[in-house]
Design a protein around this ligand. Structure first.
Ligand code: 26M
Length: 818
């Protein structure tokens, strides 16, 4: 036996270099004398992974020794982005790696860019899960993330003639150094088949004979905390060939077809579904959910049974957080495991199940709530459907006692939606089975209580909680804006803000200090130069670094109102065109930057992308406009692109119609990097304003509670002349493609009801933009606002969010390494 060492791998320059060169030669089989940037990235990643594995193993030993209550975060999406820089920043070896690589002739910054994004998510919900993992690890919580190892992540977007094209994102093409395949950690996941009811010792038991079984294999991704040894696990499941063939097809002698049909089953985990926000009920999507949940629960139950001989302590050891209702079938799966496999009775099983699950709702639109056709469930999961029926039966019995004759209410509450085609309402199942449901911002919390889930709130107000989202400052400041982070550390005299974001408040003391302002704006300017260089590469456009960089990057959706932004830009263009040369001198130059993906089936979102390009073509090439206004679309917006763009933005726009964004987290990333926000009184914009003060933000338009009335007044509403003029320009074909843009214009005038109220909000939007122009000219005041913006962001760290979940929902304690 050898003596246990605290840390085997050393972090001096020589040890790191040797480790990297060894990986180049022995892991990658390249020469130790010659490897290119990509190989250097890979070798570096493997050497960092070695360090992560050490910490990960130590974390696991500690867990096994102490057996604390663990939190399991179940999510169909983890939008991780790149890992190299984040890992070395978190384990505190960035400087050492930069030096070691420099001496080997490599630039860390260039190697970092070699990594493909792990884009296993659509947007907000998936990125939140990724930020949560960073905070869980940093705060020493005993946590695991469970998700799917999609082979194709979020589609890659290219633009052809201004139109979005989607391409498969086969991100694993060049390997993934961060994952560890666990060939022995596999579980069977069952589908289809039939259930037999048999009588055994006076007790009914149910035997489910599946029609298809798919093996799930674990891939572990270590997630290091910042400033702690704690390294948690993100376990992603992939479907794998099981080696067994279905007897039926095999016995017919059709061996080849049997193998091929098996191969189809193994495509379960191959692709991430793009979010379209209205429910489509695709069988493969449901199979993915079952696959995630069943493999994860089997894994958790096995781990629990390593230490416990019965299930009495299960709720003291296990908490499941469901990222939306996507994994809610887990409730029926745990019931099935407890009833059919562990032979517990219904009452005990239900008691355990309802103590371990809680879920987060991220939706506003009722159409976004998941429901599955009963027929589909009956066919795919016959035993689970029986269990859901029984849950609903007991629930309805209880409700009948309460609301006896109120049949309308009872039918709204029921998990089963009656009608010609019956559906299972997953949100109702979640509300009945989970001990807690949480909203993701104050306004969203109010909304779910008073509207979306009102019936349930009336009965069980204690189940409802508010947990305002956050973002991790490690990725969104320390990694993506190192110069600003260093400056903050210098002025605060401590790095502690990386763990206690509240400390940013200390910047308020210096917000007026000329020296800080000058250094602050210098860093911001160099970030802008970096982005300008990138813009030149992708578009050939030379943009003026001293112009205001005005950014809107997020998924393209009508409710997010990129269209309002474009209408504003056209209006600005039109004004410039009609100005005298003298007046043009007073215009504040702007570079408008937009980016984002439209869901593949969402025609109006795609039209918006085309419109941005058509308007850009026109005004970017108009000599009357010159540097005064530019419009750039950044293709293939993803996490890494956000890391480049956010630190370089002067203002960012968050324009969702009040009452339509559950929270929004992009705004937090911008605000903490000193970018000022132009936004509506929606989601977290409102909470950001509470922290920063209205004088440091540009909020405009109505509040959520005014919206219903405004909508009813729409038929008599006439938008202002400027608005109608811009829509007229689009319709007349000033930007070409008049016919193609027609359905988009129809949504906001004449034919349409302008559901998202662009016409109504336009005048106040212009006022907000005019205030922005005015403020930008006063450089000193602008610098102060920018510093105050960062200073006020202490609340918007996922560290705060996660502490609240841990204390108020999960009841778990940190487990610190000595
Ligand atoms: C649904 C069906 C089929 C395939 C995918 C989906 C689906 C995937 C993701 C539906 C919704 C999905 O995400 C919703 C989402 O990202 N919501 C956002 O969550 C953020 C974190 O709470 C909030 O900040 C945003 O306001 C909210 O829009």
């Amino acid at each position: 036996m050898y003596k246990l060492m605290d840390q085997y791998l050393k972090n001096d320059t020589f040890s790191i270099q040797k480790n990297i060169v060894d990986h180049s030669e022995y892991t990658l089989a390249r020469s130790r004398f010659r490897f290119d940037d990509f190989e250097a990235y890979q070798a570096t990643a493997y050497s960092v992974r070695d360090r992560l594995i050490e910490r990960w193993n130590d974390t696991h030993s500690l867990m096994r020794e102490k057996d604390p209550k663990r939190i399991y975060y179940l999510s169909m999406e983890f939008l991780m982005g790149r890992s190299l820089l984040n890992s070395i920043v978190n384990i505190g070896v960035k400087g050492q790696y930069a030096d070691a690589l420099k001496q080997l002739g490599f630039d860390l910054e260039i190697l970092v860019e070699q990594e493909r994004d792990a884009a296993l998510g659509n947007g907000g919900l998936g990125r939140l899960a990724a930020c949560f993992l960073d905070s869980l690890a940093t705060l020493d919580y005993p946590a695991w993330g469970y998700g799917l190892r999609y082979e194709y992540g979020m589609f890659r977007q290219t633009i052809q003639d201004g139109f979005q094209l989607e391409h498969p994102d086969y991100w694993l093409n060049f390997g993934n150094p961060w994952e560890i395949q666990r060939v022995h950690t596999t579980y069977p996941v069952k589908f289809y088949g039939h259930v037999d009811e048999i009588q055994e010792n006076n007790k009914k038991t149910y035997i489910w004979t599946p029609g298809e079984t798919v093996e799930a294999v674990a891939y572990d991704n270590p997630i290091p905390g910042y400033g702690t040894k704690n390294t948690i696990n993100l376990r992603l499941w992939a479907a794998k060939p099981s080696g067994e063939l279905e007897l039926d097809s095999f016995s017919t002698g059709d061996y080849v077809n049997a193998v091929l049909s098996k191969q189809r089953a193994e495509t379960i985990s191959s692709i991430l579904y793009p979010d379209d926000r209205t429910y489509q009920g695709k069988e493969l999507r449901l199979k993915q959910q079952v696959f995630l949940v069943s493999a994860s629960l089997q894994d958790v139950v096995r781990r629990y049974k390593d230490f416990h001989s019965d299930f009495a302590a299960f709720p003291q050891k296990v908490a499941f957080q469901l990222n939306d209702t996507h994994p809610i079938i887990g409730v029926a799966e745990l019931m099935r495991i407890l009833l059919d496999e562990e032979k517990l009775d219904w009452v005990k099983s239900w008691e355990i199940t309802t103590k371990v699950f809680s879920f987060t709702n991220h939706a506003i639109l009722p159409e976004a709530l998941e429901k599955w056709p009963l027929e589909l469930l009956e066919n795919l999961l016959p035993r689970h459907l029986q269990i859901i029926y029984r849950i609903n039966f007991y629930f309805m019995e209880e409700m009948k006692k309460k609301f006896g004759d109120d049949l309308v209410r009872l039918s709204r509450l029921s998990i089963i939606e009656e009608g010609e085609k019956k559906n299972v309402r997953m949100a109702n199942l979640a509300l009945v089975s989970c001990h807690t449901v949480n909203g993701v911002s104050k306004s969203h919390f109010e909304f779910i209580k008073s509207s979306l889930f009102k019936d349930f709130h009336d009965m069980w107000p204690h189940k409802f909680q508010c947990k305002t989202n956050g973002v991790t400052q490690r990725r969104w400041m320390a990694c993506s804006n190192p110069d600003l982070s260093q400056l903050i550390t210098k002025w605060l005299g401590t790095e502690a803000w990386l763990k206690e974001l509240d400390l940013l408040l200390g910047l308020r003391l210096h917000a007026n200090d000329y020296n800080l302002q000058e250094q602050w704006m210098k860093v911001r300017r160099s970030n802008k130069s970096r982005l300008a260089a990138y813009i030149q590469i992708i578009s050939g456009a030379k943009v003026n670094v001293d112009a205001m960089f005005d950014v809107q990057i997020k998924r393209i959706h009508e409710y997010k109102r990129q269209f309002l932004n474009v209408i504003g830009i056209i209006h600005r263009y039109d004004c410039i065109k009609n100005m005298t040369a003298e007046d043009r001198k007073k215009v504040v130059p702007r570079v408008c930057i937009l980016g984002g993906k439209a869901p593949p089936g969402y025609e109006n979102a795609k039209r918006i992308i085309k419109l941005i390009h058509a308007v850009g073509d026109k005004l970017n090439n108009d000599p009357d406009v010159g540097d005064l206004l530019k419009l750039i679309f950044i293709p293939d917006y993803n996490v890494s692109m956000a890391e480049l763009v956010i630190p370089a933005s002067d203002i960012s726009q968050h324009l969702s119609t009040a009452g339509s964004e559950a929270c929004g987290t992009g705004n937090m990333k911008f605000a903490m990097n000193g970018c000022l926000i132009v936004g509506t009184k929606d989601g977290s914009n409102v909470e950001i304003q509470e922290e920063l003060g209205s004088e440091n933000m540009f909020l405009f338009g109505p509040s959520a509670e005014d919206i219903p009335e405004l909508r009813t007044e729409q038929k008599d509403f006439q938008p202002v002349l400027e608005f109608r003029r811009v829509v007229g320009m689009i319709r007349k074909g000033v930007f070409g493609n008049a016919e193609y843009f027609q359905p988009l214009c129809d949504t906001i005038d004449g034919a349409g009801d302008d559901y998202y109220l662009l016409g109504h909000d336009f005048p106040s939007y212009l006022e907000a933009q005019a205030a922005v122009d005015k403020a930008f000219v006063d450089k000193k005041r602008w610098a102060e606002m920018s510093i105050l913006s960062t200073a006020g962001c202490g609340q918007f760290s996922t560290d705060r969010t996660i502490r609240e979940y841990a204390e108020e929902i999960w009841n778990v304690e940190p487990l610190r390494h000595s």
